[in-house]
Design a binder for this molecule. Structure first.
Ligand code: DGP
Length: 113
């Protein structure tokens, strides 16, 4: 069993969040350290530590997170946006509960840092 993360605490309602979307598989809320005018995190209810630990049986959840990302981007009025899943500390992952970043509202450069 993975250690509890701050995102589990948010899912449990122990830590508040600025919620933007919720359904039976996931929760989305605004990032506390936004990197752009719109910066939203989508997390599965299931505590998968990272994409590395995701399994075949998680396919529906993973696909769902991306479809929710597109739905949220549209709701936020974004014409372009970036979806990011950091996997591993060296890639910038700091919270080990899989999450999709949705970032937009400004021009985004490539390649990322
Ligand atoms: P990552 O670096 O990919 O693991 O992204 C973690 C993100 O989570 C980071 O952008 C900051 C955000 N974050 C960390 N703690 C909290 C919190 O308590 N509330 C909210 N809303 N965001 C958080």
């Amino acid at each position: 069993m993975a250690d509890k993360t701050i995102f589990s605490e948010i899912l449990d309602g122990n830590i508040p969040c600025d919620e933007v979307y919720k359904d039976e598989l996931c929760l989305a809320f605004r990032d506390i350290q936004p990197q752009a005018p719109v910066h939203i995190l989508i997390i599965p209810n299931k505590a998968i530590p990272s994409l590395r630990e995701a399994q075949e049986k998680d396919s529906q959840i993973l696909g769902h997170l991306l479809l929710v990302a597109a739905k949220i981007a549209e709701k936020e009025g974004l014409e372009a946006w970036r979806t990011i899943i950091n996997t591993g500390a060296e890639a910038g992952q700091t919270v080990f509960h899989l999450h999709v970043h949705v970032i937009g509202g400004r021009a985004l450069t490539w390649p990322p840092g």
